[in-house]
Design a protein around this ligand. Structure first.
Ligand SMILES: Cc1cc2nc3c(=O)[nH]c(=O)nc-3n(C[C@H](O)[C@H](O)[C@H](O)COP(=O)(O)OP(=O)(O)OC[C@H]3O[C@@H](n4cnc5c(N)ncnc54)[C@H](O)[C@@H]3O)c2cc1C
Length: 506
């Protein structure tokens, strides 16, 4: 066994656990921010800086969601994004996107300096590369589009990667950082003086009004404005369920014999590879990543995805050890630009930010800046480009239906009666299956220590049939990406409660 037995993110392993209390009863504040990832923590920080009383409400522990499992490249170069934006929209939209992301990087660097947050921030270039000569046209097009968007981009054939590339886009003066060190520092500045951070508090509903009322599992919060920063927006409005695709991806933290490449790298294509170094105790950890599939829809057992990333790492580097493995998911939008703004065109006090497509460090920071400006009634030049109701979004009915239709196959109503009988004693340690046990369809898994867990197989969000993710030992929903631990505990929304446990004796 060369991969670590259990999935654990380096960012979480290398920082202390937080211990904010849960909400206890009702509360009134100016702003309720739901979700303690990069969007929520940054927005809460910005709004408190402007003298508002903020409640930051997190279902689990802050910065343990997607932001706790990212690869944390803080860059405006996002694969071949500028060519995509120019082809979907125009050059002006690409300029706004670049400007928002550059603005976000400058913002993080300035806050780190002003607040004295030690978060391993280092400037370095970012690269999108290809090893295939046939892909070079796309690289050249991206250099052109990125330059026109205002980035300091160039075409190069030399990189510090330990293998040859056919060509790459290089953008100067981007950054790496430790997202938890940074955001735990910001959260400390949020908590106090009338503002609070609450953990282990799940938002279940929001009624928009004057004031808005957030219902949580520990009390109600009244607030003038509410930001839903829960990664996947959990409220059933605004057609988000039809226009977001949650995509899972995999990372390893490795030590290598050679000097690590100095830069952030991503290859073109769906089967991309990602590399970036991180300084640690005078040495370097190299974070390599890759593979993408819709959450809950892996065509092979999920450990194979880690093995594919491992195979790439071993081919590329002299690997001394693989110290960490982790995976997470991000939402893809229809046109590649995140949705940031009012939740629906008719909800002036309710906001959201989602759909970062694997690029939420800078986009998530820019999102928080946009939302703070919208709430403070200040002009924001990026807001229209990120508006969830931008032209084309709600009218792209064909595409919306395509996303929705692909979910129908997974609906439990269609599948539950077809489940095959399950012989529980056949389950090996680490294995999970959905099947009929004594006439009832259950999701049953066996832990490494042999213990059995049985839970209801229908996602608590919209009733789709969950699938087993062996690498993370979780039940994942193929419709909208909700995830649950083997014992049914909720790990990831849009669901707001777990899967019911079912008694089972062997
Ligand atoms: C493998 C991978 C690598 C990536 N690497 C990069 C990278 O190198 N650079 C980059 O820019 N981006 C990267 N991204 C994307 C980036 O990590 C995400 O876009 C970003 O972290 C999303 O932040 P968030 O605040 O929206 O979500 P989160 O960090 O998930 O925060 C949302 C929080 O809301 C909480 N929550 C959920 N529901 C509720 C509820 N009902 N009530 C209360 N709280 C709730 C969750 O527990 C969670 O803590 C990567 C993504 C993946 C999948």
């Amino acid at each position: 066994m060369t991969l670590p037995e259990r999935s654990q993110s380096y960012w979480i392993a290398s920082t202390p656990e937080t211990s904010y209390e849960a909400l206890d009863g009702d509360l009134a504040v100016d702003i309720a921010v739901l979700g303690g990832g990069i969007v929520g923590v940054t927005a809460a920080y910005l709004l408190k800086q402007h003298g508002l009383r903020v409640a930051l409400v997190e279902a689990r522990r802050i910065v343990t969601g997607v932001t706790g499992h990212t690869t944390a490249k803080l860059t405006s170069l996002h694969g071949l994004k500028y060519s995509q934006i120019v082809s979907q929209f125009d050059r002006e939209r690409a300029r706004l996107y670049a400007d928002a992301n550059e603005g976000a990087i400058r913002f993080v660097a300035a806050v780190v300096q002003e607040q004295g947050i030690d978060c391993d921030l280092h400037r370095m270039p970012a690269f999108t590369y290809t090893r295939e000569a046939g892909e070079l046209d796309r690289i050249h097009a991206e250099v052109e589009a990125a330059r026109e968007a205002g980035l300091e981009a160039s075409f190069v054939t030399e990189t510090t990667l330990p293998y040859e590339v056919a060509g790459a886009v290089r953008v100067e003066n981007q950054a790496i950082f430790h997202p938890r060190k940074y955001l735990l520092g910001l959260a400390r500045l949020v908590d106090g003086d009338g503002s609070r951070v609450f953990e282990h508090t799940t938002a279940r509903d929001v009624r928009e009004g004057r004031p808005c009322v957030v219902t949580t599992d520990h009390g109600r919060i009244r607030a003038d404005h509410v930001i839903v920063a829960t990664h996947y927006p959990f409220l059933d409005r605004g057609l988000y369920f039809a226009r977001l695709e949650p995509m899972r991806s995999y990372a390893l933290g490795i030590r290598v014999a050679e000097p690590p490449p100095q830069g952030m790298f991503i290859s073109t294509g769906e089967d991309f590879q990602s590399v970036r170094p991180h300084p640690e105790n005078g040495g370097w950890l190299v974070i390599v990543g890759g593979v993408q599939h819709m959450t809950g829809r892996s065509s092979v057992p999920t450990m194979q995805h880690y093995r594919a990333v491992e195979a790439f790492a071993r081919e590329a580097f002299t690997v001394e050890s693989i110290d960490y493995r982790w995976s997470t998911q991000d939402n893809r939008t229809i046109d590649g630009i995140p949705y940031v703004g009012t939740y629906t065109p008719a909800s002036p006090h309710l906001f959201t930010a989602t759909g970062f497509d694997g690029w939420g460090m800078s986009n998530g920071t820019a999102a928080a800046m946009i939302l703070a400006d919208l709430i403070l009634k200040r002009h924001n030049r990026w807001a229209a480009a990120y508006d969830p109701a931008r032209v084309g979004q709600l009218t792209k009915v064909g595409q919306v239906l395509r996303y929705g239709a692909s979910n129908v196959d997974h609906l439990v109503r269609d599948r539950i009666s077809q489940a095959a009988p399950l012989e529980v004693s056949d389950l090996a340690p680490g294995e999970g299956r959905v099947g009929k046990v004594g006439g009832e369809t259950l999701a049953v898994s066996r832990a490494a220590d042999g213990a059995l867990h049985a839970v209801a197989p229908a996602c608590a969000h919209q009733g789709c049939l969950v699938t087993w993710n062996e690498a993370e030992q979780s039940w994942d929903c193929p419709c909208h990406g909700s995830r649950y631990a083997a014992d049914g505990t909720l790990l990831h929304g849009p669901a707001t409660k777990g899967l019911e446990r079912r008694p089972l004796v062997e």
